[in-house]
Design a protein around this ligand. Structure first.
Ligand code: SF4
Length: 378
């Protein structure tokens, strides 16, 4: 583990903190949005905010795929499992997210629906192979990071002639969301929120490269630094952002050079492009309908599209009352601004996706004990 420990080195962190403190301009406020929930958790887990000067602020963004999935799509997944009697396969974080009426996949499972937690698309394929008499639906969620395994699964199913396997596709795309946030009234010059630059997604960028963010940096004049997930990665990226802001630059820089290149993984991109195409529009929790921000299964693979094989009904979906996840995901509220935080809503009794997901901002605030009463923070 020596390699990891070097990215958590205390002396280096103090050195970086001193350099950030020396370079920030005292009369200026710096608001940096970390797009990824992984960055939010790194900031809280390692106390990065405490090492920042008081005028450097982190704004938590929508980079948690479980959190941004709108309630209606979760309700649809529950309906697939209950009404069509399929085996629904999903990643673990989705199981406890409350849908309309606080109904979740785990509650549907307790009531008899066949819902199984998987670790990969290959697990879902194995379940389909082992259950030829049942329909198996993989509930695919995630940013660009998880799109290649979904494309692989569909191609493998086609190659094997597996006819009882489909995918309920909910993959979303990050560059469109960044533009949407910057276009929103929240971040207008007279709006309630500020953002001066972005800590850009890292695992996503390993797939798509850093170049897709260049248009947003140029058009909105906001710097983007692709940042790794270790505390020193985050701190070095903050220093790079501070320097760009001070110098009036708005470029895409890559701090995470040990993984990310400008072009990304072209083989993975080609695979995804073969199987999945752009949706015109997709709803994100908190952001509303975002143009060109999600993927759907191409017509050539339509037989593997759960939305084409099963008709999920249009229904009135509702967020849990008083849950402020939409505002938290837009970066206009902190989890602790929600009156349910830590009282009604805890990880044991989550009211919203942001408290369930391992990448959720509310879970980060709670998990690292920074906003809990001392007796709860043991
Ligand atoms: S604390 Fe709970 S109820 Fe409040 S925004 Fe977060 S997830 Fe929603």
């Amino acid at each position: 583990m020596r390699y990891i420990s070097e990215f958590r080195d205390r002396a280096l962190a103090e050195n970086l903190a001193n350099r950030i403190a020396k370079e920030v301009q005292p009369k200026r406020a710096y608001h940096f949005m970390e797009f990824c929930g992984g960055h939010t958790h790194a900031i809280f887990r390692y106390g990065v905010q405490d090492l920042m000067p008081p005028n450097v602020h982190f704004v938590h963004g929508p980079g948690c795929p479980v959190c941004v999935l709108p309630v209606r799509r979760l309700d649809d997944a529950i309906e697939l499992a209950e009404k069509y009697n399929v085996i629904l396969c999903t990643y673990g974080d989705m199981m406890r997210v409350p849908g309309t009426g606080r109904r979740s996949l785990i509650k549907a499972k307790a009531d008899g629906a066949d819902i199984r937690m998987v670790y990969s698309t290959l697990d879902a394929l194995n379940i389909a192979r082992a259950n030829p008499d049942k329909e198996v639906v993989f509930f695919a969620i995630g940013f660009e990071t998880t799109t290649p395994p979904t494309a692989v699964a569909i191609k493998m199913a086609l190659a094997e002639g597996l006819t009882n396997f489909t995918v309920f596709c909910n993959h979303v795309l990050t560059p469109a969301a960044i533009g949407h946030i910057l276009d929103s009234p929240d971040f207008a010059p007279d709006g309630p929120a500020r953002v001066d630059g972005f800590l850009g997604p890292s695992h996503v960028s390993a797939v798509i490269g850093s170049h897709p963010y260049e248009a947003a940096a140029e058009n909105y004049q906001k710097p983007v630094v692709i940042a790794g997930f270790e505390p020193l990665d985050v701190m070095q990226s903050v220093l790079m952002l501070v320097r760009q802001v001070n110098q009036g630059r708005a470029e895409v820089e890559n701090q995470y050079t040990r993984v990310v290149t400008r072009q990304g993984n072209r083989k993975a991109q080609a695979l995804v492009a073969e199987v999945l195409g752009l949706r015109d529009s997709f709803e994100w929790r908190g952001l509303g309908a975002v143009q060109n921000s999600a993927l759907q299964i191409r017509d050539t693979f339509a037989e593997y599209d759960a939305e084409k094989r099963f008709a999920v009904s249009a229904k009135q979906s509702r967020e849990v009352k008083s849950c402020e996840c939409p505002s938290v995901l837009r970066g206009v509220m902190k989890p602790t601004d929600c009156k349910l935080f830590g009282t009604v809503c805890t990880p044991d009794n989550p009211m919203g996706a942001c408290m369930v997901s391992s990448e959720g901002a509310c879970a980060a605030y709670w998990s690292y004990g920074r906003k809990r009463a001392p007796q709860d923070a043991a």
